[in-house]
Design a protein around this ligand. Sequence first.
Ligand code: PMP
Length: 356
Amino acid sequence: MSRFLHSKFTSLTPYDTSEEVESMKGYIRLNTNESPFPPSPKAIEYAHKASAGLNYYPDPDCRKLAEALAAKNGIKPSNIVFGNGSDEILSFIFMALCERGAAFPDITYSFYKILADLHGVKYKTIPLREGFKILTEDYSDLNGRTIFIANPNAPTSLALDSGELELIISSNRDSLIVIDEAYADFLGKSAVRFIRKYDNVIIVRTFSKSRSLAGARLGWCMCCDEIARDIRTIKNAIAPYNVNAMTQAAALGSLEDEEYTRRNIAMICRVRDNTKSRLREMGFEVLDSSTNFLFAKHETIGGPKIYDALKKHRIIIRHFSEPFVLDDWNRITIGSAEQMQVFLEVLKGVVEREGR
Ligand code: PMP
């Protein structure tokens, strides 16, 4: 740490990306919930064409994208704001819309805590119940705190139904409810209709998962005009050109090729369900996933042991050492059918060697 760092950041713990960097080196990457499929050919073609115009700044409002997404979601372009990944959108929200604090489940996307600390937001964590479930009754008396719900949740892979979400929204009219739908395409449902009914909801989405564009960094949020204006003000004060021209073009290509995304989602869900059955046959407890990953625990072999054994075979999954209740569990991203075949074969050997 240099002597120039502001004292308010000296104890900040950032997101640990060391494993992502390491996993670039020829590993089967089942650790960051990316898509195993390349972007749509149309996305690649459009990005390539856009590269010729990189001497100009990009459209700061991503207008073509806003129009396309508004039409698909039955809302207005003014209801949409874009970010450099949905992480940036979440950062804007923590920075500007959490004056009375934040609240989120104790087991959820780990970045919420980091962003809260970064922006000096006090937060309350709400314990999950039996089976890693979010109970709507636990989301009351939150005194205007901004509530973050990843739906489906990560790393648990479980989803609330829309009735449960609406209960949280309607019983907390004093709070802003942020529904992080990073994995909603695998669930096949979105809560977007609530933004027409309630003025205290933000839906956050990403092109990183189902649309195979994690490397392009594009996220967006949908909310009522008033909140969208607030978020846009923050964005334009930090990084007006936060979404580069090639990314805007690639995303437009992806939106013009829905069939490609639909096929990939269907394939990932098929491979996921097959992997889940095979894991259960090997003695794993596996939660019923609504995402592109599985959350699993073996009946006798500890989580770190499985993680280490797979890593020796150049397969990387995700292990969480905190909180302690997660120590026996691992999160496994669904890769291609071929990758999952290799994963299952290696894992079978591990279970035969290590299991009791
Ligand atoms: N929300 C959740 C729940 C996530 O798992 C992720 C990906 N790690 C993100 C948001 C951020 O995704 P991105 O910044 O790539 O859009």
